[in-house]
Design a binder for this molecule. Structure first.
Ligand SMILES: *[C@@H]1O[C@H](CO)[C@@H](O)[C@H](O)[C@H]1NC(C)=O
Ligand SMILES: *[C@@H]1O[C@H](CO)[C@@H](O)[C@H](O)[C@H]1NC(C)=O
Length: 196
């Protein structure tokens, strides 16, 4: 970057900063952002299990909308559901609690069963406590392995990107309880690079 473009960038940053009436873009946050070294990335593989309660006493998946054709569609096209699933470290429901998987799933394919997903991994324990990862993508349910995009994150996972591979670990027809395995491969900027 030339001197002029640096000055222009700083001017823009200043104007944007001043334009925020609620003052959220505080000086400390701006310094942290400017000091981010985008080459300084960490890569991590996370494995979590998601407890999908489609029925039973305390469902964690609820329909909020459907289209005129949902009930006659072989793929439940147009069904929109909100999810707030428990996330655990192991397949067992009673294993260590890691967080929640929350968001929207929409049946969005007229031909085959496939979901358009918009979900957040919300971590509530361990080194990622308080951080989130945002996942978007298409989930073709007939495939054993489905790949979704990790498009961002907060906290430890600021500037995150990557992908997640999921498969159905188990499904109990009697209780409508599914266990989904997620392997998440993510790159994010090492926050400690900012504070050196
Ligand atoms: C959808 O259902 C509503 C209510 O039954 C009906 O008025 C409308 O015509 C339907 N639309 C289509 C495209 O079938
Ligand atoms: C996670 O962080 C919250 C907020 O800082 C804290 O109250 C909670 O005890 C932490 N949970 C675990 C399991 O460390």
């Amino acid at each position: 970057m030339g001197k002029l473009s640096i000055v222009a960038f700083m001017f823009c940053a200043l104007v944007i900063g001043m334009a925020m009436p609620w003052g959220y873009a505080n000086a400390q946050e701006q310094v942290r952002f400017q000091n981010l070294r985008l080459g300084n990335e960490m890569t991590t593989h996370l494995q979590v299990f998601v407890q999908d309660e489609l029925g039973g006493e305390n469902p964690t998946v609820w329909e909020v909308a459907r289209s005129n054709i949902t009930s006659t569609s072989p793929t439940s096209f147009g069904q929109v559901r909100v999810v707030d699933d428990l996330m655990t470290a192991r397949p067992d429901y009673n294993s260590e609690r890691v967080g929640r998987l929350q968001g929207l799933i929409t049946s969005a394919d007229l031909q085959v069963s496939a979901l358009a997903m918009n979900l957040n991994f919300v971590f509530t324990s361990g080194q990622y406590n308080g951080s989130t990862l945002c996942m978007l993508g298409r989930n073709p349910l007939d495939n054993q392995y489905r790949e979704l995009a990790i498009v961002g994150g907060t906290g430890v996972f600021r500037m995150a990107r990557g992908y997640a591979i999921t498969n159905t670990y188990s499904y109990d027809v009697e209780t409508s309880h599914g266990v989904l395995e997620y392997n998440i491969y993510v790159a994010y900027v090492d926050a400690s690079s900012v504070d050196q």
